[in-house]
Write a protein that binds this ligand. Structure first.
Ligand code: COA
Length: 177
């Protein structure tokens, strides 16, 4: 019997499945910017480096200028990697405008099965554990999947905005924890 999807820190336990998911995203051209840019051969050769890279903004690490502390979280089902979220522990002016506290992506083969809503629900639980009392999440207005994920978790629309550095209109939502 398969386990229920759970949220875990990035780990070498899921190396094979994670790299397979990166291949899927790159083949379909759909995923977050860094996923599409990763060099799969380099990941195969040195997965510890990938894990270090994913954990570089965690508390305890020195932050580059303009960055805030954040953590990477993976949604897995048994040994299968399904998707990932990034949880920013605070906002700066730039994230307050666009980006927000939480970003996520599901691997292409795991989409449209409710996992996007699950990863956000579980990440909101983690945000609550960290003591956040409300989070902001933004998405492109023309991203129905992400809108569905946010609205399915009770997101309250602040408004729709256009930004001079981003090609599409965005929506900003807030969720009280
Ligand atoms: C956005 C994304 C995370 C959605 O993940 P998902 O696992 O497919 O989401 P869910 O299955 O939980 O779907 C949530 C809701 O959105 C709807 N939805 C999902 N994808 C959709 C699509 N392409 N078109 C229309 N509706 C869609 C679902 O039907 C569901 O609606 P419901 O609540 O009425 O049932 C996924 O498409 C993805 O990783 N996209 C690429 C990266 C990205 O855009 N990240 C977000 C950046 S803000």
């Amino acid at each position: 019997m398969r386990a229920m999807p759970e949220l875990v820190p990035p780990s070498s336990q899921y190396k094979h499945s994670f790299i397979e998911a990166v291949r899927e995203a790159q083949a379909s051209g759909s995923g977050l910017g860094d996923t599409l840019k990763w060099d799969v051969a380099e990941m195969e050769a040195d997965f510890d480096r990938v894990l270090t890279e994913l954990r570089r903004y965690e508390p305890g690490n020195e932050l580059p200028d303009g960055f805030v502390h954040s953590e990477a979280l993976w949604l897995v089902d048994g040994e299968t990697y399904l998707g990932r979220a990034s949880l920013r522990h605070t906002l700066n002016a730039s994230l307050r405008e666009f980006g927000g506290h939480i970003g996520y992506e599901m691997r292409p083969s795991a989409r449209r099965q409710g996992h996007g809503k699950t990863i956000l629900r579980l990440t909101l639980g983690r945000a609550r554990e960290l003591g956040l009392d409300r989070v902001m999440i933004s998405c492109d207005t023309d991203n129905p999947g992400s809108r569905g994920v946010i609205e399915g978790n009770g997101g309250v629309l602040e408004g729709e905005f256009t930004l001079d550095y981003h090609p599409r209109a965005i929506r900003r939502y807030w969720i009280r924890l």
